[in-house]
Design a protein around this ligand. Structure first.
Ligand SMILES: C[S@@+](CC[C@H](N)C(=O)[O-])C[C@H]1O[C@@H](n2cnc3c(N)ncnc32)[C@H](O)[C@@H]1O
Length: 457
């Protein structure tokens, strides 16, 4: 049998039966993985032989490689696999193989698989049929899937058949209102945001009050607290530019027990707020874990250390969640990037070392005035990873204004709101220590809600 050149050496097809006899699954997989382009001259016998292999990954790779040959005579083989193979990955690969043949006479076959109970199989038929998207019968069939139970299929159909979609340049995307640039407002964020127009900010990074765990905000119930956050984040969504990010730092909290016969209570804030955030139109992107040294965490295991009994274990919480969301859009991240001048993109690049995992080890910062401040390094990372130079970044719960300080250092504009007067003077202190934007016009400006109202007119 022939020896065929592959990416990582030669495909020694005649070795396959021997590999199978010796149970060398790894070798077969590597061989099949390494196969590059194939053409009509390729001897498909060993691949056809592998379609009966007991390992689904090998069957799948065999189908994938058979598809590369592009021979319409293999259609029946692929149909047979879709109808009889027990594995979802092999069946969907076979549908994909039928699609890859780009043969009009296979449309009816693909129509049939649109009704498959396996959404991955249906999805592959959608993809195969999209090649014939201009055909009326294909359009009619695919449009019927607009309310398919599977969300990915729904999304693809909506995207493919949407009307009035523009994917071009939006001159306003990189801009933000001057009256919001480097402005700190003392007031309730819910009142302030009523004065802000849609799509004004590029990035929001915030750490909201920790329910009633600290002294600065008291809510009558946990529900009232979650409703409050929901109201604020809906507004943040409205004022965020298309496809831009909202990064939320929260963590489960502990409310101490009220007496010896009671237990302390844990409130899983990130997990309770997450569904509300997604429902209001943010797309979940990433979960970053902010890890602090254990020594900085509240010690909860003193009791367990003594009794060592099961069920009484209480780990010390030394992590917080940094949840990353993006304002839902059909446009790709690449569209957002394309809105900027090449020079700004170049200057905003993250050079040098960066944290490549989703665990960010950063020491907490303790502040003389505020009890829960962001470490500057946390803000620096978020701003550098999720905004461009010249963007407007927002913190609705500014506290000591760490985000503003970081924004100034990194050549971004900030917009901060903070309810407590005592923290406003801390923000002033924090920001005057920071380099000022060269343009006098954008010197940090401290306003009341009323003054901001005037400025926004
Ligand atoms: C966890 S702290 C934020 C600390 C901040 N990340 C820092 O680096 O200093 C939450 C802040 O939200 C403020 N806050 C609470 N409710 C507010 C509201 N309705 N409007 C504006 N600020 C509010 C609190 O006063 C508190 O300073």
């Amino acid at each position: 049998m022939d020896t065929i050149k592959i990416k990582n050496g030669n495909f020694e097809a005649d070795k396959i039966p021997e590999f199978i006899r010796q149970n060398k699954y790894g070798d077969i997989t590597r061989l099949l993985d390494g196969l590059g382009r194939l053409n009509n001259k390729f001897d498909s016998t060993p691949l056809l032989f592998l379609l009966k292999h007991e390992n689904e990954k090998i069957r799948c790779l065999a189908v994938k490689n058979l598809a590369k040959i592009g021979n319409s005579n293999l259609t029946k083989t692929f149909i047979n696999i879709v109808e009889n193979d027990s594995s979802s990955i092999v069946r969907r690969e076979a549908v994909s193989a039928i699609g890859r043949l780009r043969d009009h006479s296979n449309k009816q076959i693909l129509f049939k698989y649109l009704d498959d109970s396996d959404p991955e199989v249906a999805l592959q038929s959608v993809r195969g049929l999209l090649v014939f998207k201009e055909d009326e019968d294909v359009q009619e069939k695919l449009k019927q899937l607009e309310n398919h139970p599977n969300e990915t299929i729904q999304e693809i159909i909506k995207k493919e058949f949407r009307t009035n979609f523009t994917n071009g340049y939006d001159p306003n995307h990189t801009k933000s209102p001057d009256f919001m640039k480097n402005v700190v407002i003392n007031g309730d964020v819910r009142e302030i945001l009523k004065l802000v127009s849609d799509e004004s900010v590029h990035l929001t990074f915030t750490s909201p009050p920790y329910y009633n765990a600290r002294d600065y905000s008291i809510y009558s119930s946990y529900k009232e607290y979650l409703d409050f956050l929901e109201d604020v984040f809906k507004e943040v969504h409205r004022i965020t530019k298309e496809g831009r990010f909202f990064i939320l730092n929260t963590s489960p909290i502990i409310i101490p027990r009220v007496g010896r016969q009671y237990s302390s209570k844990r409130y899983p804030i990130p997990y309770d707020i997450h569904p509300l955030i997604v429902k209001m139109g943010w797309e979940f992107i990433d979960d970053i874990v902010w890890e602090k040294p254990e020594a900085s965490a509240k010690n909860r295991n003193a009791g367990f250390l003594q009794h060592r009994k099961p069920l009484g274990y209480k780990p010390n919480p030394c992590t917080e969640c940094v949840m990353v969301y993006r304002k839902k859009t059909d446009k790709l991240i690449d569209w957002n990037i394309r809105q900027y001048d090449q020079k700004v993109v170049e200057e905003s690049k993250i050079t040098g070392d960066f944290e490549s995992s989703n665990v960010w080890k950063i020491d907490p910062t303790f502040d003389k005035i505020h009890s829960a401040v962001f470490p500057l390094e946390l803000c620096n990372r978020v701003i550098r990873f999720y905004s461009f130079k010249g963007d407007l970044v927002f913190d609705p719960f500014a506290g000591s204004g760490t985000l503003g300080k970081s924004a100034m250092n990194l050549d971004r504009f900030f917009f901060l709101t903070e309810k407590e007067k005592k923290y406003i003077s801390r923000i002033k202190e924090n920001l005057t220590q920071t380099r000022i934007f060269s343009d006098e016009k954008f010197k940090p400006n401290f306003l009341s809600t009323d003054k901001f109202k005037e400025a926004s007119k």
